[in-house]
Design a protein around this ligand. Structure first.
Ligand SMILES: C[S@@+](CC[C@H](N)C(=O)[O-])C[C@H]1O[C@@H](n2cnc3c(N)ncnc32)[C@H](O)[C@@H]1O
Length: 285
């Protein structure tokens, strides 16, 4: 059989991906080749004219074909980067998003100086892969209780916490919202399912066909889980505690109103990197 170079494999993968009806690109081909061959992007360029093994070649084509059918790269390769941490991903657990990194950065700004204090007690509802809880545990002095209603999510979050050596700072709890939560907290953070049920069908196929519906569907107006969290939060929040949510741009105003009605103060809506209103912060007084 003729020798195949890295460049040949790249061209083949690009052809497969560019012919896909999904949102695929040559960037995906580069990602696949770098992962299969263990190259950095620079190494890929330097090795373009070198031969590739037939085993790597067929793996590259398999992955390109899978990606061309819409499967996100994070599920194909089983990981993603979140705030500089390598987070394991699995099909039945939502892939953490860059917007959520932004939510975390806003929280970290608020707790910049925690080293000399007692650990901040954090409650995260709907932890998924554990990305938020883990990043907080790695970056600041916290003790976290992280819940989810999904057993696969909790199992993966535990695995991630162990892999990233912060399992001693996070207690994982199977719970519908705060039903099984006790104790008191200084910070409640959540990126709950927030897409209104009738908007699910308009999501990208890569999201609605591959990511778990339980992580997306927020009921009639998208605020069903949010309402449940907010209602029970006052039972566990310390005075002065911060609540921080990622929500849908179309329901964040209503969510802010619900916080005001529930007596929270300093209610503020903040924009994401695309300048969409997505984050809600408030104080419990
Ligand atoms: C949008 S995902 C967020 C996952 C993760 N925190 C992140 O930001 O990538 C929502 C998560 O909430 C969980 N969830 C859905 N309904 C819930 C409920 N009633 N109580 C607790 N968790 C819930 C889902 O299983 C999912 O892991």
């Amino acid at each position: 059989m003729d020798k195949i170079t890295v460049k040949d494999a790249l061209n083949e993968a690009c052809n497969i991906l560019e012919g896909s009806s999904f949102n695929c690109s040559s960037k995906d081909a580069v990602y696949i080749i770098c992962n299969v061959c263990d190259f950095s992007k620079t190494e890929l360029q330097l090795n373009l004219n070198n031969d590739i093994s037939s085993q790597c070649h067929s793996l590259i084509l398999d992955y390109a074909n899978t990606r061309a059918k819409g499967e996100p790269l994070q599920y194909i390769f089983g990981n993603t980067n979140f705030y500089g941490f390598d987070i394991l991903c699995k099909k039945n657990v939502l892939i953490p998003r860059p917007e959520t990194e932004y939510l975390v950065s806003k929280i970290l700004d608020n707790y910049a100086d925690t080293i000399n204090h007692d650990p901040i007690k954090v409650l995260e509802i709907g932890t998924g892969t554990g990305a938020i809880a883990i990043t907080l545990a790695k970056k600041i002095n916290v003790q976290v209780t992280a819940t989810d209603i999904s057993i696969p999510a909790l199992n993966l979050a535990k695995q991630n916490a162990q892999k990233l050596s912060c399992a001693d700072k996070i207690e994982f709890l199977l719970s519908d919202a705060l039903d099984k939560v006790d104790g008191t907290y200084d910070l409640l953070v959540s990126n709950p399912p927030y897409i209104p049920s009738d908007a699910i069908s308009s999501l990208d196929e890569e999201v609605k066909d591959f990511e778990p519906i339980i992580a997306l569907d927020g009921g009639n107006d998208g605020l069903e889980v949010f309402r449940k969290i907010l209602k029970d939060s006052t039972r566990v929040l310390n005075k002065g505690a911060l609540i921080a949510f990622e929500l849908y741009e179309k329901n964040v105003n209503l969510a802010a109103q619900l916080c005001c009605n529930a007596g929270f103060e300093d209610v503020s809506i903040q924009l994401d990197l695309a300048q969409k209103p997505r984050f809600l912060f408030a104080k419990f007084t």
